[in-house]
Design a protein around this ligand. Structure first.
Ligand code: FES
Ligand code: FES
Length: 170
């Protein structure tokens, strides 16, 4: 027998960027990113829903890609760049989407909304105006229990059209 702790109980030192700020932390090897952000850093915007990669409530941006925060381990993120809905909000990147969600009544309880916004921003980052089918496909991994999908698609489509119009006029 050895006194070494099992792998999941080990501590790992990480240094990463969260919403543009450097964060150094010692985390449990088994700590998921969404728990690290919520419980260790107090960034509670990303929600923990199913915690099995199914519902999309924990959607975050890591190194430019959207990921499920409940499937990524914080210990894997040494050197990574993480953006949460808080940081994206502060940067203004979501402002038009947030306005459109309000205007279109695209949120009810709001539990899914942070993940929806991060997923929608990812889709629209490519530019152009996606079809409603493409919008549905892109947010198909984000569940809304309040069944707001029609309004959510309306909101995302509205922003896509507005951005395309702005770009065309620029
Ligand atoms: S909490 Fe991560 S996908 Fe549901
Ligand atoms: S607004 Fe309630 S889960 Fe989507």
């Amino acid at each position: 027998m050895t006194d070494m702790p099992p792998d999941f109980a080990r501590k790992v030192d990480i240094r990463l960027t969260v919403n543009g700020e450097t964060v150094e932390a010692r985390v449990d090897a088994g700590r998921h990113l969404v728990d690290f952000l919520r419980l260790d850093l107090g960034l509670t915007g990303a929600h923990a829903g199913c915690e099995h990669g199914v519902c999309g409530a924990c959607t975050l941006k890591v190194d430019g890609d959207i990921v499920r925060g409940c499937l990524v381990l914080a210990a894997q993120l040494d050197g990574a760049e993480v953006w949460t809905v808080e940081g994206l909000t502060d940067s203004g990147a979501l402002a038009d989407l947030q306005d459109a969600f309000v205007a279109r009544n695209a949120l009810q309880c709001g539990f899914c909304t942070p993940g929806m916004l991060v997923a929608a921003a990812d889709l629209l980052a490519d530019g152009g105006v996606p079809s409603r089918a493409e919008i549905r496909e892109h947010i198909s991994g984000n569940y809304c229990r309040c069944t707001g999908y029609e309004a959510i698609v309306d909101a995302i489509e509205t922003v896509a059209r507005a951005r395309a119009g702005t770009e065309a006029a620029a």
